[in-house]
Design a binder for this molecule. Sequence first.
Ligand SMILES: [Fe+2]
Ligand SMILES: [Fe+2]
Length: 573
Amino acid sequence: MPDDSGSGLSRRQVLAASGSGLLAATTAGPARAGTARRHSHPGDGTPEQIHLTWGDNPARSVVVSWASPDQAIRPRVRIGQRVIPAEERAYTDGLNGQTTWTYHARVPGLRPGATYGYAVTAENDLNAADPFSATFTTAPEGRAAFRFTSFGDLGTPNTRWVASYGQAAYAVGAVESFQPLFHLLNGDLCYASRNPAAQPEVWRDFGNNNQASAANRPWMPVPGDHEIEFGNGPQGFTSYLTRYTLPANGLGQFEGRWYSFRVGSALFVSLSADDVVYQDAGAFVPGPAALTPAAGAGGPSVPAGTSLYLRGYSGGAQTRWLEATLATARRDTSIDWIIAQMHHCACSSSRHGNGSDLGIREEWLPLFDQYEVDLVLCGHDHGYERSFPVRGSDAGAGTDTAAGAPADTRRPRPVTTVDSGVFDTSQGTVHLILGCGGTDANLDAYGAGGAGNGTGAKVFTRENRPTATATPGVYARALADAVEDATWSARRDTATGYGIAVFDVNPGTEAGGQTSVTVGHYHAVGADPVHLATGAPGAPTDDYTLFETFTLVRPRSDGRRWHAKQSSSAVSG
Ligand SMILES: [Fe+2]
Ligand SMILES: [Fe+2]
């Protein structure tokens, strides 16, 4: 079973292939790809890959983004009587040399909770007589009910690409079927990095698949390890950053990598976990061939054994921003819920996947404790797992896999192990693994490496940078180096690796009273390409049925004074 870190066979195969024939693979892309199109005049400026994101204030602003096959002339959005010009951002892929043209129109001055129609066009839009149009709804202002949905690890439905699978189309349809105000996409968007000869075309299939939902409601992403691409910027995020315009974090060189936004009484905090995790899970050249960019792409060859390891890339700026953001939110008596979104997992007991990462536990869980973060939504492991509410940690609860010695995994401590279905998240943070979007490698088996009770979790407690293997010139990255009993794990879906989580926020009725979030996880039974427990082959399906529901509650912050705790250690003991 290939693991998500990419040390499995499938990535090795694709990179080995790419190293020997990147240019040939590029020319074999879909018919509309390639360089010939770029030389035609006036070019095809027809909008495609149309998607919405929230502006800095979701009650008042959205951003309409799209791409076109060639440079667009006078790209613009029409909304009511307003015509809003779009900003152009283009980049040239460092591996295959293809240029992608993207357009971003910031639409300010909207009314809260209102539905708007819009149209997207350009002078050289081949559909100019009847341009693409859709509608969206802005966020409510103040304490109001709303729904959002989430999953990560989506891929594209075009199975010519590594890690793509037909479920990616049904997953987009599932979002539409629940009609959320917006959707959270928790990293590993399309796995372009696993198709190094054709990264822009994979992104294109992803964008056109998502448009069926993302043109109707904002899809808010975080970067995952597969958004890290060779040849594309200091963190490999150029493809991601070019396509998305995200709320500002005020940090210049780090814009777009992490951000927050407010909807109703909830603050959403979207993080770049590659900055803190120990796992080396980004782009990697296992060898023996180097990764050689196509002629004319401009970049140097990437030697075997190279990985793009991002731990610490912000120099602590992200964690400082996170603490300031959480502190401000908990001083604000109009904010009840704080919901974090990231790709990697602090609490995953996936058997064949990546597992948990001590980096998140060290850097961010103490802040989540101190500022009562209610919910953490992740991806990375391709299944569904829910933790009990956790606060504080147990020291020395892990075991080093190689040495058998005790290892400090800072195991999150559950505040209850009674799966009552109702959890007070002012007492502990619930973690959800939602890597259940649509990529091809389902990971719906759990509990590897435990101390015999079948609930064990693997944990990365140190860097797993590439090391030489017994085969000359071939490199590999180790799996997680420690295990622990997953005392925090409450529920895992072993029926399928595919699903969608649906969140209904109920703001409550009185100051200082209770507010709640009802969560439903819906799963696509039978969608696993191969079911891990039975070996049964499956196929993509649009049949999403209820797996479980539970409710999170907390006291509203408009009826009490919130007291910051002295430190997380005060509650962790
Ligand atoms: Fe993934
Ligand atoms: Fe991942």
